[in-house]
Design a protein around this ligand. Sequence first.
Ligand SMILES: C[S@@+](CC[C@H](N)C(=O)[O-])C[C@H]1O[C@@H](n2cnc3c(N)ncnc32)[C@H](O)[C@@H]1O
Length: 341
Amino acid sequence: MVKLAGALTLEAPKAPQRKRKSVVIGYKTARGTMFQGTIEAFLQSPRAAAYAGKVQLIFTSPPFPLNRSKAYGNKQGEEFSKWLADLAPDLKKLLTPTGSIVMEMGNAWEPGRPVMSVLSLESLLQFLKKGDLQLAQQFICYNPARLPSPAQWVNVKRIRLKDAYTHVWWMAATDHPYADNRKVLTPYSKSMLHLLETGKYNSGKRPSEHHIGKTSFLTKNDGAIPANVLTITNTGTSDVYQKYCREHGIKPHPARMPIALPEFFVKLLTKDGDLVMDPFAGSNTTGAIAQQLKRKWIAVEAEKGYVESSRSRFMRRKAKSDDLKRTAKRSPDGRRGSIHT
Ligand SMILES: C[S@@+](CC[C@H](N)C(=O)[O-])C[C@H]1O[C@@H](n2cnc3c(N)ncnc32)[C@H](O)[C@@H]1O
């Protein structure tokens, strides 16, 4: 049994509705479909066959074995790694020949001990192996605003440091999945802008043995190529989903990703019109950003309550793009609402 760092503050929703064996459509937009059911049931259904070879990116944050919360009926330890790895071959079948699978997983600690569990790494490795996938690149998602945890070892005993990142593994069936880092450029730093302006920097041989040419750094592109350490703070309390949950007395999904995380990978690994999938969709953060970025999407989530509240991500809000101008549909609470499709 392991404990996800920082997870103790998350409360499970009361009596979540249990998973059903069949898969049904929770809701649809013009670009996407949310399925309600387990991913196992989805993968065995004719629906999966219809999507075989069509998904450009599977982006997901799977349920993780927690030692307290049973919100997702999480499996424990090796049972979890095996369960996750067994999904890999069937998920891979959904990918296009240049498609990618990106999986986010937090660190875990042995309960009651100042010792990290290697379960997340083992699970990712087993998934990679069972799916016969390549590790295109490993990323770290760093959250500088993360509360100190595990509290017992960080705050009380002061013998460990704040656990503030998650693992993000980018996997693919090929060495050359589609990717374009020009789609995720970041603004140049002040020093780089200065360098570009003045044209002055130390060229020649560096202690690292790299040889830096006299003009190597002088080409002004549209921004800097980001590193594989993504600094992303958690979702605020003001997004449309949180607001909807607050207004309707619904407990928000306890393990939502910051939208900037799937956004980065959707931009890096897909083009307009490509199909993005999240097999453990939760509040459907992935579908929401895919839709905003004009990608198609499918999502699968086992819990009915999460499926229902995730609809709010697609309701009409102040139009930011032409995506937001579409049909009025019934909202989860039965009132009329607009779903941007
Ligand atoms: C870590 S959460 C994903 C949160 C999501 N990324 C978000 O931003 O809201 C994992 C989700 O997987 C769902 N889940 C657990 N087992 C599942 C299964 N077998 N099939 C489909 N969904 C499952 C859980 O209900 C939970 O919502």
